[in-house]
Design a protein around this ligand. Structure first.
Ligand code: C2E
Ligand code: MG
Ligand code: MG
Ligand code: MG
Length: 292
């Protein structure tokens, strides 16, 4: 009986396993097709200073599935990263990002805004990304100083020398780097100091916990200090409440992104939001000046 039970269990576990593999393979095949068919679109989430001025946006990819649903990156980026697809997908996002920067440069409402594009660790380590990415950036004709690449902190636990040399090569073109999800990876401070990183994006978990707990608040303050000591800008991710924003401002954080200000939006909605936000911001500024 015991053996029969074990056998049955084994069969069930194997069926689940095979089903999971099957689902992944199907998704991979669909992703490859989606890259070829151009089903990916980029949404834009504003980034701001504490005075409300907009510095730019982060490009966040979405998959416009033929079924009509818009899929969030967490549902397909990990699968793309397990195959070589992330490289094609990443280049496609970069291509759309450069196109957007070009559109922005021709429009007085958006001229001079920066755009941050996520780069997967797999992509940075890929031997073709540097040449392909650099060619794309050059041929697009954008001002590379307006392009920021985001690398998640966990990437630094890979081949640190290779990562550093690739980052430096892009930096020499005028592109800047931000370290994403800072505080969740394993980078040593000495590694970090040796990298061409201009901005630390503080992971939203720190922001979330800091308003609830004194110890977390002090930790957040120290993270902001670390960025200052290293000469990097500090951007807080996932700011959802005015309480969080006010705390961050009091701790010396200078850059903000989160639902409190705006969610990621398609390009046209972003432009409209920007025009409305800027006129609001100008009015508020004018009132402030008049009151003085
Ligand atoms: P990320 O780069 O850390 O991007 C920030 C994520 O936090 C975005 O999720 C954004 O919509 C979300 N977010 C922004 N503000 C708030 C907030 O106030 N509260 C909460 N709860 N969330 C907020 P999204 O768009 O689903 O992207 C998830 C992740 O997928 C990104 O995290 C990034 O790691 C990855 N990703 C997105 N686009 C790309 C891409 O083009 N290439 C690569 N390699 N990864 C990408
Ligand atoms: Mg990011
Ligand atoms: Mg992040
Ligand atoms: Mg993240």
């Amino acid at each position: 009986l015991n053996t029969a039970f074990s056998m049955a269990l084994l069969v069930v576990v194997f069926a689940i396993y095979r089903n999971d593999i099957g689902r992944r393979l199907r998704l991979e095949r669909e992703l490859a097709r989606a890259v070829r068919k151009g089903e990916f679109e980029v949404h834009y989430q504003p980034q701001l200073l504490s005075n409300g001025a907009i510095t730019g946006a982060e490009a966040l990819v979405r998959w416009r599935h033929p079924s009509g649903t818009l899929l969030a990156p967490d549902s397909f980026i990990p699968v793309a990263e397990d195959s070589a697809l992330i490289c094609d997908l990443g280049l496609e996002v970069l291509r759309q990002g450069c196109e957007t920067l070009n559109d922005w440069s021709r429009d007085p409402a958006t001229r001079g805004l920066k755009l941050a594009v996520n780069v997967s660790p797999m992509q940075l380590l890929d031997d073709e990304f540097l040449a392909a990415g650099a060619a794309l950036i050059r041929s697009s004709g954008i001002n590379p100083g307006l392009l920021e690449l985001e690398l998640t902190e966990s990437a630094l636990s890979a081949d640190a020398t290779l990562v550093a040399s690739r980052m430096t090569a892009f930096e020499k073109m005028g592109v800047t780097w931000a370290l994403d999800d800072f505080g969740t990876g394993y980078s040593s401070l000495s590694t970090l100091r040796a990298l061409p990183v201009r901005k630390l994006k503080i992971d939203r978990r720190f922001v979330d916990e800091a308003v609830k707990q004194e110890g977390a608040r002090r930790l957040l303050g120290k993270i902001v200090e670390i960025s200052q000591v290293m000469g990097m800008d500090a951007l807080a991710e996932g700011v959802e409440t005015t309480e969080q924003r006010d705390l961050l401002v009091s701790l010396g954080c200078t850059h903000f992104q989160g639902y409190l200000f705006a969610r990621p939006m398609p390009g046209s909605a972003f432009r409209q939001w920007l025009v409305e936000h800027q006129s609001l911001h100008r009015t508020a500024g004018a009132e402030y000046a008049a009151a003085e």
